[in-house]
Ligand binder design. Structure first.
Ligand SMILES: [Zn+2]
Length: 243
């Protein structure tokens, strides 16, 4: 009886905790990436967008960023990016940076190490073919297993999580709730995680409309308060591990 219990429940639980849960908590909570500040300018913020590009909303977001003269980092999904490569080319042409979010939005949690490696290899090949060079990597759902981060680094990526979210993917989110969360949670050095697509990634299809509306109010206000939106490779700023 005890042996049966051990095999059925306790061993899989121990495996799940050590293979999935602890690596994810370690990277998400304890090693969250924050900005280390060089000299001027002061009060830096890094704006990042996951899950795109989106055929409906990425262009609208890029219009807003251009109007506000704000640069951002886009963590793209390659299934969407290769379907709409002109959106990625526009992201790059307008001075934003690229990160990799994955081939698709599949969680890495229970993935076999060989599949993890194969996915990074395929992602690198696809990006090379398109002429894209994403430097940073953020896992779908922020979930990693024991091998994910090592495989990402071996493939040449710098892992980056976030320090503030606005829950903009949630069904009940509104433009106002997103704006309020951004206002409350941003401080100098914050890495903000938002979403420019809700399709096929657990969000809602028209969710990004609310994110964009929130940003229409938040971006000018933040600049007025002395914040500077930077990209990680801008002079005087580096991304460091640990907060
Ligand atoms: Zn995502």
């Amino acid at each position: 009886m005890l042996k049966g219990l051990l095999i059925l429940f306790i061993l899989p639980l121990i495996f799940w905790i050590s293979y999935c849960l602890l690596p994810t908590l370690w990277h998400k909570r304890l090693k969250s990436h924050s900005l280390s500040i060089g000299q001027a300018p002061i009060r830096p913020l890094l704006l990042t967008f996951d899950d795109g590009p989106d055929q409906r909303y990425t262009a609208e977001l890029l219009d807003l960023l251009r109007k506000e003269q704000v640069k951002a980092l886009f963590f793209i999904l390659l299934d969407k990016a290769t379907a709409r490569p002109e959106l990625v080319d526009r992201i790059l042409a307008e001075g934003h940076q690229l990160g990799l979010h994955g081939l698709d939005h599949k969680s890495m949690w229970l993935m076999h190490p060989a599949e993890v490696k194969d996915r990074f290899d395929r992602a690198c090949r696809l990006c090379r073919r398109q002429g894209w060079r994403p430097i940073y990597y953020r896992p779908p759902h922020g979930q990693v297993n024991l091998f994910t981060i090592a495989a990402a680094k071996k493939a040449g990526f710098i892992p980056m999580f976030w320090t503030a979210m606005a829950q903009d993917w949630q069904r009940q989110a509104s433009a106002f709730s997103i704006y309020e969360k951004l206002k409350k949670r941003c401080k100098p050095g914050t890495v903000i995680c938002l979403h420019d697509s809700g399709q096929g990634s657990g969000g809602t299809i028209h969710g990004p409309a609310k994110t964009i509306e929130a940003l229409r109010r938040f971006l000018p206000e933040a600049k007025e308060q002395g914040y500077t939106f930077i990209t990680p490779q801008q002079k005087n700023f580096v991304i460091t591990e640990g907060s």
